[in-house]
Design a protein around this ligand. Structure first.
Ligand code: CU
Length: 340
């Protein structure tokens, strides 16, 4: 009896200690998440020191690609239009807030515009390159139609006076039934509006690579490309998976005495990582700006049939895994994919 009582007391004592520990755990709160938060914080700090957010200069840097943040280096992109119904034109308005929290009104023009505005659906379809007008007081306005339902990303590419160039990104939603399209397979030619654009060169992660895009029409090289925003071509590259943004301008300018007006437009570009990228080339001919689109991979990434890319899978030896360069023009685009 006595022994049993002692054991019982001992068990009770253990229960009290254990219960106390549980109590402490609860009182302290989510211990594990706090550790996670610490890890996340140090990770974030590493990013900030490596990237632009910790610096006062331009936002683009090798460590943090542009367009991934809604706020960086003290500047914040703020929408003033909250809902965009698919298929309906809206007057889309937004501001860039400066380090003082007020809308920025002074911008240094880049390629003839104070602000470039790129919109694309998260599945990399529906690319639009637009040029909003500032209505005054730092409020920008642009006619915008999101052709179909889905999640979209909007990029503002600008240089505040006295600061470097930067690209901020924000999400836009067009409510409705969204069926994301798989990423198109890599191709070497793209067709748009009777034009064919051929891509030569390969993207390489972490180092500069040379890409040449050559424009032809009805099988004949186009040699009278027209200047568009101070260049014969503008190339935007968006990384599949997170839509990291690169805006690349070509070698040479119209009228510099060495740059031909086609058929080739040469770019030197560096992508930040292995992976798949969607390239959008804007070029002007016959008074119209058109956009040719390609999927290209870097670092041996492959695009899996039905979408998705596998950066590790394509390095190796199985040639059947690789999607061959397609010499034929790209299949017809979604008629809603257009620009301008
Ligand atoms: Cu632009």
């Amino acid at each position: 009896m006595n022994g049993a009582t002692k054991v019982g007391a001992y068990v009770l004592g253990l229960a009290a200690v254990f219960g106390g520990a549980l109590g402490v755990g609860r009182a302290v709160g989510p211990v594990v998440p706090a550790e996670e938060a610490k890890a996340a914080a140090s990770h974030g700090a590493g990013h900030a020191s490596a990237g632009p957010a910790g610096g006062s200069g331009g936002v683009e840097g090798p460590a943090v690609p542009g367009g991934l943040q809604v706020s960086a280096a003290g500047y914040t992109l703020v929408p003033r239009t909250d809902l965009v119904e698919p298929g309906k034109a809206v007057d889309f308005r937004f501001s860039v807030l400066g380090p003082d929290g007020r809308p920025v009104t002074r911008f240094t023009p880049q390629h003839e515009k104070r602000l470039h505005f790129i919109v694309v659906r998260r599945d990399l379809t529906g690319f639009q390159h637009l040029h909003p007008e500032e209505e005054g007081d730092g409020i920008w306005s642009v006619p915008l139609t999101l052709p179909e339902a889905g999640e979209y990303r909007a990029f503002a590419d600008f240089a505040p006076e006295g600061a470097g160039g930067m690209t901020l990104g924000m999400d836009l939603s067009a409510p409705g039934d969204y069926r994301p399209a798989p990423l198109a397979a890599p191709v070497r030619t793209a067709a748009v509006d009777g034009y064919t654009v051929a891509l030569a060169g390969d993207l390489a992660p972490g180092r500069t690579s040379r890409l040449t895009l050559s424009v032809s029409k009805d099988g004949k090289p186009v040699t009278d490309l027209e200047p568009y925003l101070g260049a014969y071509g503008h190339l935007v590259a968006l990384r599949d998976g997170d839509l990291a943004y690169l805006h690349v301008h070509p070698d040479g300018e119209p009228g510099d005495g060495r740059t031909a007006s086609g058929p080739g437009i040469t770019f030197h570009t560096e992508v930040p990582s292995a992976g798949a990228y969607r390239l959008f080339l804007d070029f002007k001919h016959g008074g119209t700006v058109r956009t040719a689109e390609f999927t290209a991979t870097a670092g041996g990434a492959t695009v899996l049939p039905g979408g998705g890319d596998a950066p590790e899978a394509g390095r190796g030896s199985d040639p059947e895994e690789k999607v061959p360069a397609d010499p034929s023009p790209a299949k017809s685009h979604n008629p809603d994919d257009h620009t301008h």
